[in-house]
Each structure stands twice: as structure tokens, then as C-alpha cells.
Design a protein around this ligand. Structure first.
Ligand code: ATP
Ligand code: MG
Length: 331
């Protein structure tokens, strides 16, 4: 049977890229009654400096956002990573079989460390913690964006290395990528880049909790090109194609249906249509997020009960690992 694990960092406000690329996939898997464990991976987020007050706020906002988007804690396990001790413990054990060159070559590390004068050790070992997140639950499938493929590969390697040295323990986890139609949304300011929480320019992304006039402004100002027709050509017209992807996602319409309906519009007029569609799609989600944020006790209760279930599963794995390593005595 499949067991799915996935995580999201509480590094900032959820944008449409996260929603489409990650959360919407999770909701779909949840509706298929998959055995699924979802974590707000706060320990990953502190690999780069975080303001403590903002981080706490972001953790609760992330929980509220996931629930508002349809994640149902009675169907899946939703928890905060740092509430479950097995992650860091297992991460240490895996770190002892992982080599430094293996980590130094990972593109995400190279990218994130490139501009830093002093590189935190945590940033370097981040993928080992990610492997521990997945293996602690013996997950078989990991829905992730394509940017994460190399990290899952590392997880597979560490699982195999552990199994070879200490006996069969972990299944090999496989990636599930979101449908290839719009694998990733692009920055509204620079369609060559992906939409990111950590992009310094907030105009580059549409956040789920942006007020309607912000959404309209950001889409109106989004970088497209000098052709006025609305056509879907991701290679040559990535900006317009990105708007069409967003439009298709929030309306459920197909790309060809959208292009057909926009035949008589120029890109300026089309942007207003996209903005309208986004605003009406996110309005009910925004209402739910704000209601949930007014009920902090409920959010904490959800996270605590998730952590309890996650602890039970991950502790069993940890005991097995400690036993295999020779750290555990039976009496
Ligand atoms: P950061 O800039 O802090 O890395 P992020 O926007 O990349 O933030 P993550 O928390 O790293 O978000 O990723 C959460 C999930 O969202 C992952 O599954 C990732 O693949 C997916 N994701 C992130 N950006 C996009 C995007 N632009 N389009 C589609 N999916 C995305
Ligand atoms: Mg990212």
C-alpha cells in the first residue's frame, strides 16, 4: 500500500504556485483516500534566518491556509515538524551515512548558498533532514515540485545505503510530480523564474491572502510581451502562458477553451478577466483563513493531535533504526 509524505515550509505567504503545485495535489490525493502525512516543516525554514515572531505567525497561517484550501485533518495527518522529535534524531543517524560531496553537489544548496558569506551548517544538511522526514514514516510516495527531484533521489540513496548496511528497513520513496500541464507557475515580474515565497519582490507572486485590489494590480502589471493576442505558447510567450495557466487552474477551463473565449480580447483586457477569476476563486478561501486565524486554539489543537499521531508512527521507525544501529537494549 502507498503511504504519502509531503511538507511545506512556513517561510511566508502561500502563493498560487504553492496552491496549484502542492496543496491542490494534496487535496486531490486526500479525496482519493490515500494514506497521507503532511508536515509544516518549520525546522527546514530556520536553515535561513527567520524572525521568531514572524515564524510563529507563519506557522499558524500555514495551518489555517491548508485547512482553508480543503486539507481535512480527520482524513490526513497534519502536523508541525518540530513537535515531533524523531525527525531530528533520524536525521542525525542518516547524516552519519551521508557524505559531504553528495550534499555539496545539490543544485538547491548551490543556489541558496551562492550569495551567502557564511553558510549555516543547517542549510548544508537540509536534504538529510528532508530524507528523515520521509523515511521516518516509511513513505512510499512524495508529491513534490520538480525542483525537489534531486532531494528525493538522495532520500532513495540514503534508504538503500541504510538497508544495505543494517538490513531491510526503508521502502524506496518515489516522487509524484504534479500534472505536466503547468508544472510550475512563473514569476509575474520575470517569467524566466518560478513564482516563489522568498522572491524579494512581492509583485512577483499572487498570495492567497492578497486583497482583491492587490491581485488586480499585480496581474495588470505582470510582464508579458508586445503581442496583443492571447495565445498559449509557453516557449516564446511565457508571461501570457503563465496567465493562461493561472486562469485555467482557478476556473477549471482547458487552455484551448480559454484561448477560444479570449479570441477578441487583447492581453490588457484578458489580464482583467484573469484577475476577476482569481479574485472570485480565492474569496471564499480568504474568508476561511481569516475565520480560522481568529480561532488559534482550534489550530493548535489540530497541530497537536496531528503531532501525536505522527509521533506514534515515527517513534516506531526510530526504535527500529536504533535497534539496527546497536543503540538499543532489550530487556
Ligand atoms: P521558497 O522560496 O521559500 O523555497 P517556495 O515558493 O519555493 O518557497 P516551498 O515551500 O519551497 O515554496 O515549496 C512548497 C511546495 O510548493 C513544493 O512542493 C514546491 O514544489 C511547490 N512550488 C513552489 N513554487 C511553485 C511554483 N511556482 N509552481 C508550482 N509549484 C510550486
Ligand atoms: Mg522552494
Amino acid at each position: 500500500p502507498r503511504r504519502i509524505f509531503s511538507g511545506i515550509q512556513p517561510t511566508g505567504q502561500i502563493h498560487l504556485g504553492n496552491y496549484l503545485g502542492a496543496i491542490a495535489q494534496w487535496v486531490k490525493l486526500q479525496e482519493n483516500n490515500e494514506d497521507m502525512i503532511l508536515s509544516i516543516v518549520d525546522l527546514h525554514s530556520i536553515t535561513l534566518p527567520q524572525d521568531p515572531k514572524t515564524l510563529s505567525k507563519n506557522i499558524l497561517e500555514m495551518a489555517a491556509t491548508l485547512l482553508a484550501c480543503g486539507i481535512d485533518p480527520s482524513k490526513v495527518i497534519l502536523f508541525q515538524q518540530s513537535m515531533v522529535p524523531a525527525h531530528t534524531h533520524l536525521s542525525w543517524c542518516l547524516g552519519c551515512i551521508c557524505t559531504m560531496p553528495r550534499l555539496a553537489h545539490l543544485p538547491a544548496y548551490k543556489e541558496k548558498s551562492a550569495n551567502l558569506k557564511d553558510i549555516p551548517l543547517g542549510l548544508f544538511v537540509y536534504p538529510v533532514l528532508q530524507a528523515a522526514d520521509i523515511l521516518a514514516y516509511k513513505a512510499t510516495h512524495v508529491p513534490v515540485g520538480e525542483d525537489q527531484a534531486q532531494h528525493i533521489q538522495l532520500t532513495q540513496d540514503l534508504a538503500r545505503m541504510f538497508n544495505n548496511r543494517f538490513g531491510e528497513t526503508f521502502p524506496t520513496p518515489h516522487c509524484i510530480f504534479p500534472g505536466s500541464d503547468f508544472a510550475r507557475l512563473r514569476s509575474l515580474r520575470d517569467p524566466a523564474k518560478k513564482m516563489s515565497k522568498s522572491d524579494p519582490d512581492p509583485k512577483s507572486r499572487i498570495c492567497l491572502i492578497d486583497p482583491p485590489d492587490e491581485i488586480v494590480k499585480k496581474i495588470k502589471k505582470s510582464v508579458t510581451d508586445f503581442t496583443s493576442e492571447v495565445t498559449y505558447d509557453p516557449e516564446n510567450r511565457p508571461g501570457v502562458a503563465n496567465l493562461i495557466s493561472i486562469h485555467s487552474f482557478v476556473t477549471g477551463k482547458t487552455v484551448s477553451q480559454i484561448c477560444d473565449e479570449a479570441k477578441n480580447l487583447n492581453t490588457g483586457q484578458y489580464k482583467l478577466q484573469v484577475a476577476d477569476a482569481v479574485v472570485s476563486h480565492v474569496a471564499p478561501i480568504q474568508k476561511k483563513i481569516s475565520d480560522l486565524l481568529h480561532n488559534q486554539d482550534f489550530l493548535l489543537q489540530v497541530l497537536e493531535s496531528g503531532a501525536e499521531k505522527a509521533t506514534e508512527i515515527s517513534e516506531a521507525t526510530l526504535q527500529e533504526v536504533k535497534d539496527k544501529l546497536g543503540l538499543q537494549f532489550k530487556r
